[in-house]
Ligand binder design. Structure first.
Ligand SMILES: Cc1cc2nc3c(=O)[nH]c(=O)nc-3n(C[C@H](O)[C@H](O)[C@H](O)COP(=O)(O)OP(=O)(O)OC[C@H]3O[C@@H](n4cnc5c(N)ncnc54)[C@H](O)[C@@H]3O)c2cc1C
Ligand code: SF4
Length: 452
């Protein structure tokens, strides 16, 4: 059943313009000028702030001397997904946020764009920077092909492990391929970057779900160790009356369409309400606007100061003229002929801060009101998706469903390691990469395979 009312279609050129890179690639001249601004700090705070600790001054210095191959090697040896991270990292909260230029009252060095400049140089030319290590006779399976598994697999392959990745999706990359806003990175770019890992001899078995298509017993028989990089699951439901109406979507489901379909084929309401105020909610409201929705509401039960989205992300939504309904709680989704026609909301007042410093919202009696919308998107966080591990003896799950690990990223079962969103409960791509690499080191320590 179609939506009650859809936004008018735009021209293909307009969609491309709306979803154009928000941080476009640098020209040679721009990169040279920006690289020359760097102070090449000792104990560089930008490097310390990066979860993968890329040697930022070293790679920038190499750009300034025209050694782009060396620069890319510097980046990719610390973070094999350096291309993605150059585009999608919240740099203002990490490396660029820590740049000493702020203390001088100047703009931070554009580390993300410089990083992308160097890595694009090798990807555009299909230059193979790394090679598989001499085989050490050990085999490792990775469950999931998201950033955590990719980083873990790349490290292990460089040390001589034979690695096979099992992923249920058609394309590799996990949420980096299917979930990141299209104006930050397109799926084709992510998949191109994964060639770096394929070149290391890592085998990808897509459309293969564990344990449906290959059992744990089979994995344990075939492999010396198993890395779990299964990420998180679907968006939480709100349990509101009317949530089953046509036109109510989970954020991931909606964003995935913007990454896998032509923009003109993505169904979008004329008026859209998104519930939630985290970074994913921002991706939903900005994508809705860019797809042509005329009115887009962001509905949040707390106030603007409590909003969990990064300031930079919030700025994007403001630029896209999103309407923010602060201290507003959804009560029910209204429908006409089975399709969404509105969202009933109630105003809230905020009480005293709780132990986490978050003020609890309470509905204000009699303040109910209705906004007319054709589509409602839930963006209130992802569920855990680790139930499939319950049959594996020794692999323990925490209360929130994340996998319990020790400092080596090893689970309670000696053969199983884990990292990324399924252990940290949801972070950034760079966190998953860092954890995948730590797990690779832990696994290598435990297996004690000789290096060639
Ligand atoms: C909407 C959205 C936007 C985001 N935007 C950003 C951003 O702008 N910048 C940023 O840095 N981070 C962003 N993130 C976070 C980032 O995408 C994640 O932190 C990162 O992808 C986590 O990597 P991962 O490898 O742990 O898991 P995932 O990327 O989730 O990959 C897990 C993979 O495992 C597969 N899998 C799961 N179970 C099985 C099974 N049983 N068998 C086989 N395969 C399985 C899944 O299909 C998936 O491919 C965003 C997240 C979301 C939801
Ligand atoms: S902190 Fe800024 S100036 Fe210093 S090395 Fe890093 S990017 Fe360069």
């Amino acid at each position: 059943m179609p939506l009650r009312d859809t936004a008018p279609k735009l021209s293909p050129e307009q969609y491309e313009k709306n979803f154009a890179d928000i941080t476009p690639p640098m020209t040679q001249r721009q990169a040279a000028i920006e690289a020359a601004r760097c102070l090449y700090c000792f104990d560089a705070p930008c490097t310390i702030a990066c979860p993968t600790h890329i040697d930022v001054p070293a790679f920038i210095k190499k750009i300034s001397t025209g050694n782009l191959l060396g620069s890319a090697r510097e980046i990719l040896s610390a973070n094999i997904l350096g291309q993605s991270c150059g585009r999608v990292c919240p740099t203002e909260a990490l490396c660029e946020g820590a740049c000493v230029m702020h203390e001088k009252g100047e703009l931070a060095i554009e580390i993300g764009r410089l990083q992308r400049y160097s890595v694009d140089y090798v990807l555009d030319r299909n230059i193979q920077l790394f090679h598989a290590g001499p085989p050490n006779g050990k085999r490792v399976a990775c469950i999931g092909s998201g950033p955590a598994s990719l980083a873990c697999a790349a490290e292990l392959a460089k040390w001589g492990y034979e690695v096979t990745i099992f992923d249920r999706n058609e394309l590799p990359g996990g949420l980096n391929t299917y979930g990141i806003a299209a104006y930050k990175s397109r799926s084709a770019e992510t998949v191109r970057e994964i060639d770096l890992i394929k070149q290391l001899g890592v085998t990808f078995r897509q459309k293969t779900e564990v344990p449906r298509d290959i059992s744990f017993a089979e994995l344990e028989k075939q492999f010396d160790a198993i890395f779990i990089g299964a990420g998180l699951g679907e968006t939480w439901e709100l349990n509101l009356p009317g949530e089953d109406l046509q036109g109510v979507y989970g954020a991931l489901e909606f964003i995935e369409r913007t990454k896998t379909q032509a923009f003109g084929d993505v169904e979008i309401g004329r008026r859209v309400a998104c519930i939630g105020a985290g970074n994913t909610a921002i991706d939903v409201v900005t994508a809705s606007k860019r797809l042509g929705a005329e009115i887009v509401y962001l509905v949040y039960r707390r106030g603007e100061p409590e909003m969990p989205a990064f300031a930079y992300e919030y700025q994007l939504a403001k630029q896209d003229a999103v309407s923010f309904l602060w201290q507003t709680q959804p009560v029910r989704v209204l429908g006409a002929n089975g399709a969404v026609s509105g969202l009933e909301c109630v105003r809230t007042e905020l009480g005293a801060p709780d132990a986490k410093g978050r003020r609890s919202p309470a509905p204000v009696k009699g303040s109910e009101f209705v906004i007319e919308v054709d589509m409602v998107v839930r963006a209130v966080g992802q569920k855990s998706a680790t139930d499939f591990l319950k049959g594996v003896k020794g692999v323990e799950l925490q209360k929130n469903g994340t996998v319990k690990i020790n400092e080596l990223h090893q689970t309670g079962h000696a053969k199983y390691f884990a990292g990324g969103d399924c252990t940290n409960g949801g972070g950034e791509v760079v966190d998953a990469v860092a954890e995948g690499m730590t797990a690779a080191r832990g696994l290598d320590k435990v297996l004690g395979a000789p290096r060639g």
